[in-house]
Design a protein around this ligand. Structure first.
Ligand code: XMP
Length: 523
């Protein structure tokens, strides 16, 4: 394992992903992690991340400097370099000039970290403080015209760089990290999807034994991959629940069931609760209220169904018991590694963390335990694992779709007719984007139904119907997004098909707002 100590930089997760791209397992621990918890990971190398502070700030993130005495290969990045220099007896001061953005580093003395790299490195910098005096045993390995940008003590296998090799702007960054991980730490490249699948399936088998598990499917990638992994371990002792909340996309209720049952071999209980959701949503126009209603109804429907399934299993004497005689069942969740990192981050847990939700309506002595088979994985790794599990691309490459579904894309009141209108328009947008070969490269592309009616003409008839907005955005993580300049031909086909084929819409507009200031969804 490569342990990455997080001093709070926004790029820390990126370091972990880069290391994993070399098929080497890496974990991110908060810099405040105890020495025992670091050792417990069996590290073969340590990376000290960047961070927003100065080593002299009173509230600078603290790590135990003893981590520098582990005798393990260590790489300091940005703040990590200053931390290393400061605690090993060097000197760090605020630089005259802040270095920000692209820079060129002259390699002064090459070493194992720079093996195979050119004498001038194109790097991306972001720092205020600089190392001005070296700790004993270190030499200057690289410099810009402003500052020392890399130091090394090859004897102790300690290296540091002032720039961010993990970001794509640092051209030789990947090679540099590879040198550290594979050559200096001597990591074995055995963190592969196949290896992950075998070891996870084994672990679930051990954990769950002859127990039963339930899982909520959303139709998205994470819950599907989590369910398939668990079903590899315990077969049809896993029951998946898929709820129609009335605001799914056109034919989605049937398609997801079909995919999950026929293509993935999962045992799926499909619950059509659309009437109940739509009646609760009737007359509601406030976006947050819509979300709350859907969240609340989902939990009620899921809980009822889970309680019914588990009560049956209990009646048949199929459930496990713990030492105190309580009945146990397992709940599968598709929690990903970024959520896990966030919840222990030095910046404090974020609000997005999913909390363990306990199924109501269960007998007092029934305990639900959590299985989170994806909690070590990043999103792209989930897809790789899914591919290795033989899952269809249709499931793996699906664009993100919000939990509250089309409800946040129907501005104004949600009625069954308006849901159907949007389903039909959305289906045209998605199928034309797919036809144009653009679906995979676009983060999200969809239709939004506006409450605005306008006058139109069709044949000899005057029409008065709704407006549909088309939205397509590029994004890496949904936090920021750019609108996509879709080819005019594609827009033209989408527009003419919608006004011709979808009753209720006579006007189509294209949303050219990026995020910020717009959000991706309209509500
Ligand atoms: P916004 O609209 O905030 O969306 O720019 C960012 C990303 O999050 C998705 N999204 C949601 N996902 N429940 C979800 O599961 C929600 O309530 C929700 N709201 C927005 C949105 O589709 C985009 O990918």
């Amino acid at each position: 394992t490569i342990v990455i100590l997080d001093f709070g930089a926004q790029y820390t997760q990126l370091i972990a992903r880069r290391v994993r791209e070399f098929n080497v397992f890496s974990v991110v621990l908060p810099c405040t992690a105890s020495l025992e918890s670091i050792r417990a990971q069996n590290p073969i190398g340590i990376i000290l991340s960047g961070g927003p502070s100065s080593v002299y700030d009173a509230d600078a993130p603290k790590a135990d400097p003893a981590v520098l005495k582990f005798g393990l290969p260590t790489l300091g990045i940005c703040y990590g370099m200053q931390f290393m220099a400061h605690h090993l007896g060097g000197k760090v001061t605020p630089a005259d000039k802040r270095e920000y953005g692209d820079a060129v580093v002259d390699v002064k003395k090459t070493n194992k970290l720079f093996a195979g790299l050119p004498a001038k490195l194109d790097v991306w910098m972001s720092h205020g403080d600089s190392v001005v005096e070296l700790p004993a045993g270190f030499v200057i390995a690289g410099e810009t015209h402003n500052a020392i940008s890399s130091i090394a003590d090859e004897k102790r296998n300690m290296y540091a760089v002032q720039w961010h090799p993990e970001v794509a702007h640092s051209k030789q960054g990947t090679e540099l990290l590879k040198n550290f991980v594979l050559n200096i730490c001597g990591a074995k490249a055995d963190w592969t999807p196949a290896h992950f699948i075998t070891s996870t399936v084994e672990a679930i088998k051990k954990q769950v034994g002859d127990g039963h598990a339930i899982c909520a499917l959303s139709g998205g990638v994470d819950s599907a991959v989590a369910a398939v992994l668990v079903s590899r371990a315990i077969g049809d002792r896993l029951t998946c629940i898929f709820v129609n909340n009335g605001v799914l996309r056109k034919n989605e209720f049937e398609q997801v069931q079909n995919n999950m049952r026929k293509k993935l071999g999962l045992k799926v209980v499909a619950v059509d609760a659309s009437k109940r959701f739509l009646s609760q949503l009737g007359g509601i126009t406030d976006p947050e209220t819509k979300r709350k209603i859907i969240g609340r109804e989902f939990i009620t429907v899921f809980d009822d169904e889970a309680a019914r399934i588990l009560a049956d299993q209990e009646k048949n004497g199929e459930l496990q018991h713990d030492a105190a005689g309580n009945e146990i069942a397992w709940l599968v969740q598709g929690t990903l590694y970024p959520d896990v990192i966030e919840s222990s981050s030095v910046k404090g847990p974020s609000q997005t963390i999913k909390s363990h939700h306990n199924v109501g309506g269960l007998p007092e002595n029934m305990k639900l335990k959590l299985i989170e088979p994806l909690r070590d994985l990043f999103k792209d790794e989930v897809r790789r694992v899914g591919r290795d599990l033989g899952m269809p691309e249709e499931v793996l490459e699906r664009q993100p779709f919000p939990g509250p579904g089309l409800a946040v894309r129907i501005v104004g009141e949600i009625t069954p007719e308006r849901v159907e209108i949007l389903q039909n328009a959305d289906d045209i947008v998605v199928s034309e984007i797919k036809k144009a070969g653009l679906y995979k490269q676009i983060w999200q592309s969809f239709a939004v139904l506006l409450p605005v009616k306008s006058v139109g003409v069709m044949g000899d008839q005057r029409t008065y119907a709704y407006t549909c907005a088309v939205r397509a955005v590029h994004s890496d993580d949904g936090m920021t997004a750019d609108w996509v300049p879709l080819p005019y031909e594609v827009l033209k086909t989408i527009s003419s098909r919608i006004v011709n084929e979808v009753r209720g819409i006579n006007r189509v507009v294209y949303d050219i707002t990026s995020k910020p200031p717009g959000t991706i969804e309209w509500e």
